[in-house]
Design a protein around this ligand. Structure first.
Ligand SMILES: CCCCC/C=C\C/C=C\C/C=C\C/C=C\C/C=C\CC/C=C/C(=O)SCCNC(=O)CCNC(=O)[C@H](O)C(C)(C)COP(=O)(O)OP(=O)(O)OC[C@H]1O[C@@H](n2cnc3c(N)ncnc32)[C@H](O)[C@@H]1OP(=O)(O)O
Ligand SMILES: Cc1cc2nc3c(=O)[nH]c(=O)nc-3n(C[C@H](O)[C@H](O)[C@H](O)COP(=O)(O)OP(=O)(O)OC[C@H]3O[C@@H](n4cnc5c(N)ncnc54)[C@H](O)[C@@H]3O)c2cc1C
Length: 675
């Protein structure tokens, strides 16, 4: 038996796809270890996939697009119950990476009744509940004796947490907090799994003690009877209705009518309220925002995975789809031969790799900060907040764009739900909104950049943290790209640094200048905000390039290093062209240098072409996880599209009741009127 570098090759596959895999120059298992940041985890993913493949009860009973929302929730609950029961046979206990993979395989991306339980409820209790509170609730939550969510956003306010309307007023006499929703706009609105599944929530409410507003605080709140699951007295609760996607999750609404909880239900790891109402403030004002930072840190990887789903589907399909000729004497070509198709897909393949490498760094920093904060050291919280705010915004934005490009790259069949592209897009694009609307989060990073710019302007560059140290460095007068015989990544990084630095200092100048002219700070901020957000994007894109460079430098395997270096070349050239306005406007890069950049881009599109399928195969998504007829590993697209269409519920009968009831009489009366 021949051992191929691409481990996805099987006998009987579509020969066009096999031919692509044979040209791959690197071992896809080794590349998976880079993507998933550890050989052990990449191997465990494969093992979990194999276990699931052998257990038909964990497979979808029919394609999701053929199910109603109610059916999907039922099906998802069935599978969730099974994986809970058999968890220890499938994954290592309490391994969140393995759990994430198990969920994606078995339950998929449309959510499930305990999605928020794992993503936010448990992390909020872990970071914000005192040890005593954890003994009471965390173990029960981990054992799934109770199901919880994170209820913060309201109908009227999601971004501006200081103006939430839900109040938690301390009653010294009874030592209770009274939760209340004063208006319709104060209803909690959006929390995942609140609508029908959860019986507890970590609720964010403005805390009032003796008439004083202490701002948003987090409370552990029982919502439903643990036995009957009926809403408790004083609670109004339900599902908010269907969404663009993610409809297996019951995002919900919640109102409180003078609903009482004990004082000890305020999460008290960092903040306390004594029985007499004395407030003990936390070591950092935003320490209770930790569940949001948790999701922002992890969603970089989550978004990269969803982008890679779409790219896997489109790249495989482009290798089996033949349409038109390039050389008219030759047969029709695979659409992947077209330079336009490569230009549509390959830069996003590079971005997906860049995002997953940046995501791994972010999670590492998050885990460090989590440990430090637990011991009272909050010094890195601002850096983590700035980094994750920028990354969640930039990565979710380009992920949504990339998925849409991948869908269009599949032509008409990309528009069919058989491709699964619309669901992938719908779930991913939610990331532009949840955990902080992208513009708002870019502005959070901008605050950090403006402070850093002010250090530079006042001669205090030595105080800049490592993420922004480049702001204090001096630029070359022009970029050295194509001006040295050995143009390498260093010249590109310096160019991106120059662009980000110039934009940051310019935007900060605008802001400070407006204030010097007498504008109040918030007005000056608003008038500078488009420029400030441009700076945030450029800073974040620089960070992503640097994370990619750092990873490529670490790779030892020469075959992997070569293909990753090709991808990095593609990435830096594509990025520079995409931000060329900034590079050209002060003459740092000339138009002849951009011609070089363009040539490099086309060179690397062609160089990557033989590895394209192996690069997407390396993500090692099973067919069950992808849920796409177009993206099948075996490439047998057409016969399966036909089978999929035949299975459509509309094809159960030849004549639909709607035809009998309306169309037939309509046609008959039209015919009769002609007589
Ligand atoms: C392997 C493990 C897997 C785990 C899986 C985990 C995640 C999976 C991810 C992806 C999976 C893939 C698919 C998932 C599919 C579907 C979705 C699933 C779940 C979605 C769940 C969504 C949940 C939510 O959306 S919860 C609600 C989120 N809401 C928000 O984000 C609101 C945004 N607003 C804010 O955050 C704040 O209001 C604000 C804008 C930051 C302002 O806050 P405010 O208090 O008013 O600020 P100010 O008083 O003005 O002060 C500003 C000051 O504070 C500093 N600051 C702010 N926040 C922080 C922080 N967190 N840390 C440190 N510092 C902070 C800020 O910098 C500023 O400082 P300065 O004054 O010095 O400048
Ligand atoms: C799929 C999904 C899942 C969710 N899950 C949860 C959950 O589990 N729990 C939960 O509590 N919430 C959840 N949410 C809610 C989500 O966190 C909020 O919708 C999000 O934070 C945005 O807030 P908003 O809806 O108030 O938007 P808005 O703030 O109303 O945004 C509207 C527009 O105003 C702009 N804007 C607002 N403020 C500013 C500003 N200061 N400066 C400049 N522009 C501004 C925004 O950029 C945007 O363009 C979820 C949302 C979605 C879509």
């Amino acid at each position: 038996m021949v051992h191929h570098q691409n481990k996805a090759i099987r006998e009987g596959d579509n020969p066009d796809l096999t031919a692509e895999r044979v040209t791959g120059t690197f071992d896809t298992h080794s590349m998976a270890a880079q993507i998933y940041n550890s050989e052990a985890h990449a191997r465990r993913r494969r093992e979990i996939t194999e276990i699931i493949a052998k257990r038909p009860e964990l497979h979808d009973t029919k394609p999701f697009p053929f199910m109603t929302r109610e059916e999907k929730i039922l099906e998802s609950s069935r599978k969730l119950t099974l994986i809970t029961k058999h968890m220890n046979e499938i994954i290592e206990p309490n391994n969140s990476n393995e759990m994430f993979h198990l969920n994606n395989e078995v339950l998929g991306i449309e959510g499930h009744p305990m999605a928020l339980h794992g993503i936010m409820f448990i992390p909020a209790l872990t970071a914000q509940a005192s040890e005593e509170q954890q003994k009471k609730w965390l173990t029960r939550a981990i054992n799934r004796e109770i199901v919880g969510t994170y209820a913060q956003t309201e109908l009227g306010h999601g971004t501006n947490l200081q103006n939430l309307e839900t109040t938690a007023t301390y009653d010294v006499a009874t030592q209770e907090f009274v939760l209340h929703t004063p208006t319709i706009t104060g209803l909690k609105w959006w929390p995942g799994n609140l609508g029908k599944s959860s019986n507890y929530a970590v609720v964010v409410a403005l805390m009032f003690i003796k008439g004083k507003n202490y701002g948003p605080h987090t409370f552990m709140v029982p919502l439903r009877d643990e036995k009957t699951h009926q809403p408790l007295k004083g609670i109004t609760i339900g599902d908010i209705g269907p969404k663009i996607a993610y409809n297996v999750t019951d995002n919900g609404f919640l109102g409180f009518d003078h609903y009482r909880i004990p004082r000890t239900n305020l999460l008290m790891r960092h903040t306390r309220v004594e029985p007499d109402g004395t407030y003990v403030k936390p070591p950092h004002a935003k320490i209770n925002y930790s569940a949001m930072v948790h999701v922002r840190s992890h969603m970089i990887t989550g978004q990269a995975i969803m982008l890679s789903y779409a790219l896997t589907i489109a790249t495989r399909y482009s290798s089996v789809r033949r349409q038109g000729q390039i050389d008219t004497t030759q047969p029709e070509v695979k659409v992947l031969e077209y330079q336009t198709q490569q230009h549509r897909l390959f830069p996003y393949i590079a971005r997906a790799y860049a995002f997953v490498f940046a995501g791994a760094e972010t999670v590492k920093l998050y885990e460090r900060v989590l440990e430090e904060v637990a011991t009272g050291n909050v010094s890195l919280m601002a850096d983590l907040h700035a980094l994750t705010s920028g990354l969640k915004s930039v990565v979710s934005h380009y992920t949504a764009q990339g998925i849409e490009q991948a869908r269009m790259a599949c032509g008409g069949h990309g528009y069919s739900q058989a491709s699964y592209m619309s669901e992938i897009f719908g779930v991913a694009v939610g990331g532009c909104t949840y955990e902080g609307e992208n513009m708002v989060m870019l502005l959070q990073l901008a605050r950090y950049l403006v402070k850093s710019a002010s250090l530079v302007k006042t001669g205090q560059s030595s105080k800049l943290g490592p993420l922004v140290a480049y702001l204090g460095a001096k630029s070359d007068s022009t970029s050295l790209i194509d001006r040295t015989p050995t143009t390498g990544f260093a010249e590109y990084v310096k160019t991106f640094q120059h662009i980000a630095r110039r934009q940051t200092l310019k935007a900060a100048d605008k802001f400070f200048g407006l204030m010097e002219k007498g504008e109040k700070r918030p007005i000056a901020w608003n008038k500078s905000s488009v420029e400030l957000n441009r700076a945030s994007r450029l800073h974040t894109r620089l960070y992503i390039v640097e994370a990619f460079v750092r990873r490529v430098e670490e790779v030892a395997d020469p075959r992997l290093k070569e293909v990753l270096t090709d991808l990095l070349h593609l990435h830096v050239n594509y990025e520079l062209l995409d931000m060329s306005t900034y590079a050209l406007e002060d003459g740092f890069v000339s138009s002849s240098q951009l011609d070089y950049v363009r040539d490099q881009l086309y060179f690397y599109l062609a160089k990557i072409r033989p590895n394209a399928v192996s690069l997407v195969d390396s993500w090692e998504f099973s067919d069950q996880e992808l849920r796409s007829v177009l993206g099948r590993r075996d490439g047998h697209v057409y016969e399966n599209l036909f089978a999929w269409a035949k299975a459509s519920p509309l094809n159960k009968t030849d004549v639909l009741p709607s035809v009998d009831k309306y169309l037939k009489p309509l046609m008959e009366s039209a015919r009769a009127s002609k007589l």
